[in-house]
Design a protein around this ligand. Structure first.
Ligand code: GFB
Length: 327
């Protein structure tokens, strides 16, 4: 049974991005046809007055908060002020306006980087704020932590139903393939593809290749997000609205690979025959980042798409869209 009626008015903030566009596609596929979407030119989420006026006029019933400034390790390290300011501001504007407008449910998208750099693995929801963060993405993580604490605070003080999912590293069709600023998976797809075309003898992979990462295919993130939004009232209240229990749940595949293994997988999918060279002058970031996904499993959801399958889908999309990929 779905909690959200098919005719419900649903605002997807950030519908042009990787996460938001997958959520929109999934909503449409499930028959939700009353979606409220605004481009950045139509509604600047950094503009408090505009966001408040939008919510007051449109009165959405449900909100997916998928708008964020995101990027890989280099972008996070290079633009820390933008990552902190833009994410804090977007979240504060949308969450507070959603409260004022009486939104029934809001889902905030966090990130697995909210957990301490050296958290025990796999990381459980209760590991939040038990240690220091990874310095390369601390500003982004602080913003995401503030966002989920804002949901929690509004639930406690105002009785709202604002919950969150913490997705692991996401990838898939529509990703940003920028050579420096993107996340590792799209960066490698592009680099291997270009090396194959150029007949280059080697591909540079940043860092030592030893860090471990978990990846979730974007359509599964969308599926898991709708699953949480559609939980029945008593399940949601029991699992996500009982302070001091966390108001969020991890969303991952539960499978980790080293950056070297990831690079090998991408190399195979792209069909590149040259060698890999690791550039130790580039940062490794967190040594390991694997989510404990048992809470989502207990609720009845788990990921199914393998990394290989997801990389194949993403590369097929990249080939079809190579002239207009972002980045
Ligand atoms: O996806 P990524 O940039 O971010 O992955 P994080 C970084 C890891 O991949 C590091 C290695 O170990 C890098 O050394 N790597 C190898 C590369 N080659 C490349 C490359 O060409 N590009 C990139 N980007 N990395 C992210 C945060 O951390 O975690 C995000 O930056 C988000 O904000 C996400 O929170 C969940 O996994 O380190």
């Amino acid at each position: 049974m779905n909690f959200m009626e098919k005719s419900a008015k649903i605002f997807v903030a950030g519908h042009g991005g990787l996460a938001g566009s997958a959520i929109v596609a999934r909503l449409r596929a499930e028959g939700y046809d009353n979606l409220l979407l605004r481009t950045r030119a139509e509604l600047d989420l950094l503009d408090q007055g505009a966001v408040r006026a939008f919510f007051a006029a449109e009165r959405p019933e449900y909100v997916f908060l998928a708008a964020a400034k995101v990027g890989g390790i280099h972008a996070n390290n290079t633009y820390p002020a933008e990552f902190l300011y833009e994410n804090l501001t977007i979240q504060a504007n949308v969450i507070h306006s959603a409260y004022l407008a009486g939104v029934r449910r809001l889902l905030f998208l966090g990130s697995s980087c909210i957990y301490p750099r050296l958290a025990p693995q796999p990381m459980q929801e209760t590991d939040l704020l038990t240690g220091e963060l990874e310095p390369t993405n601390e500003p982004y993580a602080i913003a995401k932590i503030a966002g989920l604490k804002m949901c929690e605070a509004y639930n406690r003080q105002y009785g709202t139903c604002f919950v969150a999912v913490m997705p692991t590293n996401l990838y898939g069709p529509g990703d940003n393939f920028h050579p420096e600023n993107s996340h590792v998976l799209p960066a490698l797809i592009r680099r291997f593809h270009e090396a194959r075309l150029a007949g280059a003898p080697e591909v540079i992979v940043w860092g030592s290749g030893r860090p471990l990462r978990e990846f979730l295919y974007i359509d599964e993130m969308a599926d898991g997000s709708l699953f949480v939004m559609n939980l029945d009232e008593s399940t949601l209240a029991e699992h996500l609205l009982r302070y001091p229990r966390p108001c969020f749940v991890n969303l991952g595949s539960g499978v980790e690979v080293s950056i070297r293994q990831l690079a090998e997988t991408v190399r195979e999918v792209v069909g590149y025959g040259g060698r890999l060279t690791f550039d130790a002058s580039k940062p490794d970031g967190a040594p390991r980042k694997l989510l404990d996904v048992s809470a989502m499993k207990a609720l009845g959801w788990e990921a199914k798409v393998s990394l290989r399958q997801g990389v194949e889908e993403t590369y097929a999309w990249f080939l079809k869209n190579v002239d207009r990929v972002r980045g």
